[in-house]
Ligand binder design. Structure first.
Ligand SMILES: [Zn+2]
Ligand SMILES: [Zn+2]
Length: 284
């Protein structure tokens, strides 16, 4: 069965988020590690952690994905910005690992003028002070659309980051369908070719998660504008091709489409119907 969920609010705590995911017939979820626009977080009690574990176990959850805040920029040349990002990644790797969350994804960052190479060096130093190598969690680099001076719009840049860190075995990749499309990887007409290139540059075993989004912006536009599945420039047919691909179909998929929980519930149901899967709740 497909492992799919959407980005969930942690306003009700992590166990509450998992319970809300169950109610939308999802079997995984993505959550922010902390306030995505600030830096605060609420500690998770032992009781809540146990409830979170029980919900995941009883509902056959696939890997849960934690997303680091957008405000962190490990590529930054500004000392205070870089140090803040270092603190966030260090704390969040430890916190999410302690919760038994399988993967933590972050945006590699924007070099803001110092150049890709210097930006990548900063990212590597930042990851090295945050990953001890003793974790079970895997830190995922997200494929980006390449807006502005964003790093990570090419598989080669992601490979350079992973190759540079002290614990590459703890680093994998999260592929965002909207981002790769707007970055210029043609998953609509040549998914096979894109996956071959991923495999050649990075190796497909490094791919651990997929952000499943349609794109409002056209191919190669380097714009990051998510659309509802089937309502964007990628379209239903191509996204079903991603979901059904033999090398991808066992990965966990996370929706970040512009919908509320009710909308995501309908979107998940629609995707399962398109794939010919039985409704996991009614058993129909
Ligand atoms: Zn992201
Ligand atoms: Zn995006």
């Amino acid at each position: 069965m497909l492992t799919i969920g959407s980005h969930m609010s942690i306003a009700d705590g992590i166990a509450g988020a998992a319970q809300n995911a169950v109610e939308m017939e999802a079997n995984t979820m993505q959550i922010f590690t902390r306030n995505p626009r600030g830096s605060g977080y609420r500690a998770c009690s032992e009781k809540e952690r146990e409830r979170f574990d029980a919900i995941r176990r009883e509902n056959g959850f696939g890997p849960v994905l934690a997303h680091a805040p957008y405000t962190m920029n490990l590529a930054s040349a500004r000392e205070s910005t870089w140090e803040f990002a270092c603190m966030v990644i260090r704390e969040d790797v430890a916190r999410m690992d302690a919760l038994g969350i399988e993967n933590l994804v972050f945006h590699p960052g924007s070099h803001t003028g110092i150049g890709v190479c210097a930006g990548i060096e900063n990212i590597i130093r930042g990851l090295d002070q945050g990953i001890t190598g003793r974790e079970r969690i895997t830190v995922l680099l997200e494929t980006m659309s390449g807006k502005g001076t964003e790093i990570g719009a090419s598989f080669e840049e992601l490979k350079a980051i992973r190759d540079g860190v002290s614990h590459p075995e703890r680093v994998g990749i999260c592929l965002d369908t909207c981002h790769v499309f707007s970055a210029g990887y043609d998953i609509v007409h040549d998914l096979e070719g894109v996956l071959e290139e991923f495999d050649r540059v990075l190796g497909l075993p490094l791919l651990r998660a997929i952000h499943l989004n349609d794109s409002l912006a056209p191919f190669g536009s380097h714009k990051d504008r998510h659309a509802v599945i089937g309502e964007g420039q990628i379209g239903m047919e191509a996204l079903l091709g991603v979901l059904e691909h033999p090398r991808l179909k066992n990965l966990p998929f996370y929706l970040e489409t512009p919908l509320d929980d009710g909308g995501h519930k309908r979107e998940i149901r629609m995707i399962r119907q398109q794939l010919g899967e039985a409704d996991p709740v009614s058993g129909a």
